[in-house]
Design a protein around this ligand. Structure first.
Ligand SMILES: [Fe+2]
Ligand SMILES: [Fe+2]
Length: 278
């Protein structure tokens, strides 16, 4: 089966590719000694990406004490990994919004912010890994939508009636958004760890990187537009290495913390950034 679904990802003509600027950036970051000047130069060539990144970096989410006006400064203050993750976010936003809609995009941001928040509350310094895993967790849904949008609607209706999502997707499509999402992550040459979180975000206990996948699982559940009960599956809850004592308050915190990022990614807000297209 996994061979078959790999073929689906490989053969689908309309699957979006990662923009070359992101691939270029990942190449540079994977170099033994990433060069900050080169990286900034790659990003700065793309004006709209630069504006978008500066908007994000200056958003309330990062609460930096001074205003950042260029990419080099952003990379120094936030670190290269964070800049990379925001570039990936900027690259996938149009795909997610165009193919699956704004709700999935906003849910993905909440999952990213939520997973990072949980990591920080538990003093886990892999908070950036949690953020990018949360951002990409449902990326497989773009393939489901491109493959058969009628099945997507049917899954949606069946889930509303109480059916289990993964089982329903497997029954209709022959695969779920989790496993196909992992394949898309590897097709895009993003790190394997991210693929593992994507594959197991509905059942984190099976993940080889259980802790971070569990943060994504909880953030996914809390980041739903409409809360579904039980919020955390009792069987999964028993096997988590942490406890969420007040999920409803945590959900409110996640929604509030996500808003600055959602606004910064939205075209409606004014950036206040001193860069303007001629
Ligand atoms: Fe999901
Ligand atoms: Fe989700």
């Amino acid at each position: 089966m996994s061979q078959d679904i790999k073929k689906i990802v490989d053969d689908m003509p309309n699957i979006p590719s990662m923009p070359s600027i992101v691939l270029n950036l990942l190449d540079q970051l994977n170099a033994p000694e990433p060069d900050l000047i080169k990286l900034s130069a790659i990003i700065s060539k793309d004006l709209s990406l630069t504006v978008q990144l500066l908007k994000l970096v200056n958003s309330a989410y990062f609460s930096l004490s001074s205003r950042v006006n260029n990419i080099t400064q952003a990379a120094v203050l936030l670190g290269l990994n964070r800049v990379r993750d925001l570039v990936i976010g900027s690259a996938i936003k149009p795909m997610v919004v165009t193919i699956c809609g704004k709700n999935l995009w906003e849910h993905s941001i909440r999952c990213a912010v939520g997973a990072e928040l949980i990591a920080k509350k538990l003093n886990n310094d892999r908070n950036e890994e949690a953020f990018i895993a949360g951002l990409l967790h449902d990326i497989g849904k773009i393939i489901l939508e491109l493959y058969n949008d009628k099945f997507v609607k049917e899954v949606h209706n069946r889930v509303l009636l109480g059916d289990e999502r993964i089982k329903t997707e497997k029954r209709l499509f022959g695969f779920a958004h989790t496993e196909i999402g992992k394949l898309l992550i590897s097709k895009w040459n993003l790190p394997n760890d991210i693929g593992e979180h994507v594959k197991f975000h509905h059942n984190p206990i099976q993940s080889s990187n259980k802790l971070i996948t569990s943060y994504v699982y909880v953030a996914d559940r809390l980041g739903q537009e409409t809360l579904m009960y039980p919020i955390i599956d009792p069987e999964i809850s028993e096997n988590l290495d942490f406890e969420i004592s007040d999920p409803v308050s945590l959900r409110e915190e996640i929604f509030a913390a996500s808003q600055p990022i959602i606004d910064s990614f939205s075209d409606k807000t004014s950036s206040g950034v001193l860069v303007k297209a001629k």
